[in-house]
Structure formats: C-alpha cells, structure tokens
Design a protein around this ligand. Structure first.
Ligand SMILES: Cc1cc2nc3c(=O)[nH]c(=O)nc-3n(C[C@H](O)[C@H](O)[C@H](O)COP(=O)(O)O)c2cc1C
Length: 210
C-alpha cells in the first residue's frame, strides 16, 4: 500500500455505507429464507455490553405475518392517509428487541457487580439493552444493503403495547422499532427528514474539546 491509498475498500464496506438509504417502497417479492437467516446471523455479531447478547429479533415473514403487524399498528381506516403505502408491501418485518432483565442479571455477576448496574434497570444511565439492540439493527441495515436489498428502520411509538401483546413479547423486552426489509421498488420518494441533508463533518466532529 502506498502512502496515499486508503485502507478503506471503496468497493466493499465504504460502498455499502454510502449506498444505504432508508427504503419506504417495496416489491412484494419474498426474501429467500437462507438469505434472511444470513442477514440475522450477521446482525447478532454486533458488539454487546458484557457480552450479554440480550438482543432478540421477532421476525414476520410473508403477507400473513406482516398483515398482523399492520392490522395492529395501522388500522385500515388510517391507511388512505398513510404517506408510505409501499411500505406495507415489504415481505419481511423485523422487530429488534432488547431484554433489560438479561443486562441486569449479567451486570449482577461477580465480574460486573462493582458497576452497581445489577441493582435493577433504573440504575442504568445509558440502558445498554437499547445500545446493543441499536448496534445489531445497524448491522442488519448494512448487511441488507450489502446483499442488494433495502430496509427502513421506523418507530413503533404508541403502538408498542399493542404489538407486544399481539406478538407475545415478554414484559422485560422492548422492541426499539421495526425494520422493514425486502427488494426496493423502482420509485423511491425521499422523506422530508432525509431532505434535510447531512451537516458538514466539521459541524459534528469536535477535536480536543466541544
Ligand atoms: C431512531 C430512528 C428512527 C426513525 N424513525 C423513522 C420513522 O418512524 N419513519 C421513517 O420513515 N423513517 C424513520 N427513520 C429514518 C430517518 O428519517 C432517516 O434515517 C434519515 O432521514 C436519513 O435518511 P437516510 O437514512 O435515508 O440516509 C428513523 C431513523 C432512525 C435512526
């Protein structure tokens, strides 16, 4: 490698990161089960505090399963005003979930007990179950793009209790949101949020001090 070349491979990881944009309009084509398993297997390789590995994925595949999600979170009468109708075509929905109890138990073990975080979920300033689940979700998004598919992470908001009941998600476990995943439709409309663009690097990097 000469002095001017970058260790970052423009054709590989860099291209994946640059290509990733949230996809809100999907073809109905199914995602092959072995491909989906491969994406989820990569997602679970994300880092995990104390190697607790308290992230779980509730996976809904195919129209019969995804319909249960949409019937719970977006009743038919609200669909005509929904700005992203092509999102309902996504063949796969993944709910990445963090299990608070697993982290409290792990940090109560001898090698972590000095942190005091084994006392209970309220002792955590930064709940690592959310951090780990976000890291796994990001890995899932990048893996999905690297495989030639698209994805959208979106919020569950006040539908959380209803969807947890519908899908049998235990009390100590919270989905941080939902990932829609599948093959992008040809026409993609960008969101108002995405149109805000990104600030320059110098606005977000604070060298030496803020
Ligand atoms: C925590 C989080 C929550 C988001 N929630 C939503 C959402 O509810 N609906 C949506 O359409 N996009 C949602 N997004 C996507 C953002 O709008 C999007 O990432 C941002 O506009 C930048 O666009 P890009 O990801 O395509 O580069 C969310 C993204 C994050 C990280």
């Amino acid at each position: 490698m000469n002095g001017s070349s970058s260790p970052l491979d423009e054709a590989g990881f860099v291209a994946t990161v640059r290509a990733r944009r949230m996809v809100r309009n999907y073809r109905t084509d199914p995602v092959a089960p072995h491909l989906l398993d491969g994406l989820l297997d990569l997602a679970r390789r994300a880092p995990s505090a104390g190697n607790t590995v308290g992230t779980h994925f509730v996976v809904l595949e195919g129209p019969d399963q995804t319909r249960r999600y949409w019937d719970t979170t977006l009743p038919t009468e609200r669909r005509q005003d929904f700005p992203w109708p092509g999102l309902l075509s996504a063949p796969v929905l993944v709910l990445p979930c963090g299990d608070a109890d697993a982290y409290v138990a792990r940090y109560g073990q001898p090698d972590k007990s000095r942190t005091g975080l084994g006392e209970g979920a309220d002792a955590w300033g930064i709940p690592y179950w959310h951090v780990d689940t976000a890291m796994a979700t990001m890995t899932l998004l990048h893996s999905t793009v690297a495989a030639g598919l698209g994805a959208l992470f979106f919020g569950i908001f006040d539908n959380e209790a209803a969807i947890c009941t519908e899908l049998g998600i235990p009390d100590s476990v919270r989905p941080i949101g939902t990932v829609a995943l599948g093959y992008p439709a040809d026409d993609q409309r960008t969101s108002l949020s995405a149109q805000r663009g990104r600030p320059p690097l110098s606005d977000v990097v604070h060298r030496g001090h803020w």
